[in-house]
Design a protein around this ligand. Sequence first.
Ligand SMILES: *Cc1c(COP(=O)(O)O)cnc(C)c1O
Length: 349
Amino acid sequence: MPRVLDLRSDTVTQPTPAMRDAMARAEVGDDCYHDDPTVRRLEERVAVLLGKPSAVFLPSGTMANQLAVHVHCRPGETLACAPGAHVQVHEDASAARISGVQIMPIGDPAGFGTGQLEALVREESCGWPRVGLVWLENTLGTAGGSIWPLPQLRALAELARRHGRSIHLDGARLWNAHIASSAALPDLAACADTVSVSLSKGLGAPAGSVLAGETETVVRVRALRHALGGSMRQAGILAAAGLYALEHHVERLAEDHARARRLAHAISDLACWRARTPETNIVLCDLAPPWEAAEALCRPLRDAGVLCYPNLYREVRFVLHLGIDDEALEEVVARVRAVCGVAAPALTS
Ligand SMILES: *Cc1c(COP(=O)(O)O)cnc(C)c1O
């Protein structure tokens, strides 16, 4: 059986030997008492990187997002986001379940503009709920890891603040946006009141996200984390992986971006899809007729030892990450071409 090459997501990475070493050596304490020195170092490090006063370590990006919804909104308010935002389609309707918040998608999967946000705020009367939270995501996952440009984020932040609205930036892949666009992290983070970043996607740590913002907000988020059972005792073991990743795995994201471009190019001539040119580490391939279901391509690829993700919208998704080096990429290309190139006509029947 050939080695399985997993490109479903950048969450599938395994901690490297050096990262495991850092975890094994981590100095720990009880983080429920905020006594874990490694967690505290991680929180301080992320706060400094993002240019925010405070930060709190959380088990996942989903919890970071949901706590942000909860601190910024009152029940009956809405959150305005791009359609397909993670908070809308991948978080089990938690904004409604936990916070009584309705999600109002505006714009398209690659973002929205000031005109669309302004129009939504203007509608607030006659049953239109108040927009309690303007939701930014960078990079935008559903759009294929596309970058929301800094000038647009600045204009949206200016508008939201003029109307007295809170802003959250879901920056699970903010590291990718920063590396690919050269926009400085504090400049990106300045466009939002709270920012969440993932350590377990492209950075390769086994778990964890960090939410940063004003100290008063972070204190509230820390209390909510505990209320929901999200405080972890000797969490420094995990935080050590995050600190290691921040040190060693941020700059290297440029390699994932270059490999994503190479992959898209190397499979762009196949008749089954049109591969979009990636801006970061995600390659989206839009199915071409007669292909209808992404699963019909993902299944034979899986049998050939390449795992990819079948998207709802007739897309196949490949995500590059630190587990896929040049040699693995060549193997991916060879297997994809073998399955989707030569064998494709037979598969359609
Ligand atoms: C993965 C992801 C999350 C959720 O992170 P988890 O740690 O998997 O809960 C939130 N937002 C975006 C944009 C993501 O890609």
